[in-house]
Design a protein around this ligand. Structure first.
Ligand code: SAM
Length: 253
């Protein structure tokens, strides 16, 4: 368990400096990411009967745009002004119009309109919360922002393996951009520092809390979610040492 001497959630926005945000879509490669997902998130949300979807970690807008294209009524949220600006540009580029809101997750409900059928928090964003008190407070916000029967889909890198020094990035999932590489510069049970290298030679670091899969599942249950399901790289059956990302699908009773 982390203590409250851990970095505060206030620090996340400072990590997304313009030079990293400018590179984010090189890191992702929207087409390859869409191919690798094979409609996983669309199927989960459609299967849950969701219509109003809140993407709380919009980043450059990849999921917000993809879900809007799939017919969901999307609202995009991010706490970083740089990312929000990029979501706006990418939504316009794809001819999509949806509400785009800058908000910190800790004050989410002050900034959104009513409740949603689904919340997605993807791309290993939730580990930006270092303090357990903040993780609990944010999950309570997400829970309150959902309609009864709504789903929360939240993912993270496979820190169970990374903490056992088995970092693996196949490059097949999420961050699929050719040439951009992500490595682990530091790992202990409180901090993971990733190093991002881009073909231009630029390097950046991102620091996150290396949350364990069971830790998040337990927090979801503690926060009032029921039937938490886990997937590894979009599969129900997965090998914990050969999986890049873990996805939790939790339903509000
Ligand atoms: N979901 C996108 C993707 O998969 O490409 C972006 C992922 S990026 C790793 C994490 C995102 O979460 C950033 O855009 C960051 O600004 C946002 N974020 C982190 N902590 C946040 C917080 N407390 N409130 C709002 N947004 C936050």
């Amino acid at each position: 368990m982390t203590t409250d001497t851990a970095p505060s959630a206030d620090d996340f926005a400072g990590q997304y400096v313009r030079t990293l945000v400018d590179h984010w879509d090189d890191l992702i490669d929207w087409d390859r990411r869409r191919e690798s997902e094979q409609g996983f998130f669309v199927d989960i949300l459609a299967g849950a009967g969701a219509r109003r979807v809140l993407d709380v970690a919009a980043g450059t807008g990849y999921h917000a745009v993809t879900l809007a294209q799939a017919g969901f009524d999307v609202t995009a949220v991010d706490g970083s002004a740089e990312m929000i600006e990029r979501t706006r540009l990418n939504a316009a580029r794809h001819g999509r119009t949806f509400p785009i809101v800058r908000s910190d997750w800790r004050r989410l409900r002050e900034n959104i309109d009513g409740r949603y059928d689904a919340i997605v928090c993807l791309g290993s964003s939730f580990p930006h919360l270092f303090r357990e008190s903040e993780r609990r407070a944010v999950l309570a916000e997400f829970h309150e922002a959902l309609n009864p029967g709504g789903v929360l889909v939240v993912d993270h890198r496979n820190f169970d393996a990374i903490r056992r020094h088995r970092y693996r990035s196949s490059g097949n999932y999420y961050y699929c951009g050719a040439g951009a590489s992500v490595s682990v510069a530091h790992i202990d049970d409180r901090l993971c520092r990733f190093r991002y290298e881009f073909p231009s030679g630029d390097t950046h670091h991102l620091e996150v809390y290396p949350i364990l899969s069971a830790e998040l599942s337990n927090l979801l249950v503690d926060s009032g979610f029921a039937s938490v399901e886990e997937f590894g790289d979009f599969d129900r059956d997965f090998d914990e040492d050969a999986t890049d990302f873990i996805i939790h699908v939790a339903r509000k009773p």
